[in-house]
Design a binder for this molecule. Sequence first.
Ligand code: UT7
Length: 324
Amino acid sequence: MTTRAVVKGVGHYLPERVVPNAEFEKSLDTSDEWIRTRSGIERRHFAAEDETTSDLASFAAMAALKDAGLSADDIDAIVVATSTPDLTFPSVATMVQQKIGMTRGFGFDVQAVCAGFVYALTNANALILSGQAKRVLVIGAETFSRIMDWTDRATCVLFGDGAGALILEAQEGTGVNADRGVLSADLNSDGRYKDMLFVDGGVSTTGDSGKLRMQGNALFRQAVEKLTSTAHTALTKVGLTDEAVDWIVPHQANIRIIQGTAKKLGVPMDRVIVTVQDHGNTSAASIPLALSTGVAEGKIKQGDLLVTEAIGGGLAWGAVVIRW
Ligand code: UT7
C-alpha cells in the first residue's frame, strides 16, 4: 500500500467586477483586437478596493469545502500560493484560517509567482506523504491588479484577480499510476532569469510593494520549451507518456503559449482546459481556477489523468501529474 494525496474537493472565486479589453482603449494606445490576438484574453476580473487576496482565497476555500462535504476543522493544513499577500506578514494562509473558522492545524504561504500553485501542490503532497497532515487545503490566490503599472500597456492588459482551491486527502493507493491522487511532480527554478519578470519594489529594497515589469517576448520564448520539458519529465517519472493524458491544465498566461506547449506534447486542444479568455493571467490562481472551471463544465471527471504546468517569475517552473 502507498499513501496518495487524493483530490476531495475543488472550488473557486472571482471578484464581481469584469473588465473587458475595450475598457483599456480609453486610457492606453491599445485595442481589443491586439489583446485578443496576441494573448487570447478577452476580459478579466478585478477585486473591489476593499477586497484582499485573503478574502478571495477564503471564498474559494469555502467553495472547495462545500464541494468536499467537509468543514474547516476537518482540515489539518492550509498552503496558499500567492505573490500578492494582504500584508508582508502574517501569511495569507493564517488569515484564511481565521476567515473560514479553522481553529486547529497550521498554515503557510508559498511564493513561486505564476508557478506558485504547482509548488504549493507539491508541498501539500509532501505534507501528506510524510504524515504531517491528512487533509490539506491548497489555494492559489492573487490580486495582481494591485501591482500593475496602469501606464504600461505591455503588462497591465494581461493580468487579473481571482482564487482557486483544492482539498487533498490522504488515501491508500496501490502504488501504481492507475491510483487516484498526485502521482508525480517536477520543480525547477533558475535565478539568472530574474530580470525577465519581477516587481520593482519590496520590503528590503524600496520599502513599497512596487510594480510588475516583464520582458514578455523573451519570456514567451522560454515558456513553451520549459513547460514542454517539465511536463514530459513529470510524466516520465511515473512511466506515463503524452498519450495517457486526458487533460492538460496549464497556467493561463497566453493562448499562444498554451497552444504551442500542447502541440509539442502532442495533445490536441480539445483536451486542454482554457480559461485565459475569461480570467486573463491570474498568476498562482490560474491553475486552480482552471481546474475548478473544468470540473464545473463537466470536462474533468474522476479517474482522468491531468498534467498541470506553469512558469513565471524567477524564473520558476514545474508540472504536477494528478489522477483526478
Ligand atoms: O505568467 C507568467 C508568464 N508570462 C508569460 O509567459 C507571458 C509571456 N509573453 C507573452 O505572453 C507575450 O510576449 C505578450 C502577450 C506579453 C506580448 O506579445 P508579443 O507577441 O510577444 O508582442 P511584443 O512584446 O513582441 O510586442 C509587439 C508589439 C510592440 O510594438 P513594436 O515594438 O513592434 O512597435 C509592442 O510595443 O506590440 C506592442 N504592444 C502593444 N500594442 C498594443 C505591446 N503591448 C501592446 C498593447 N497594445 N497592449
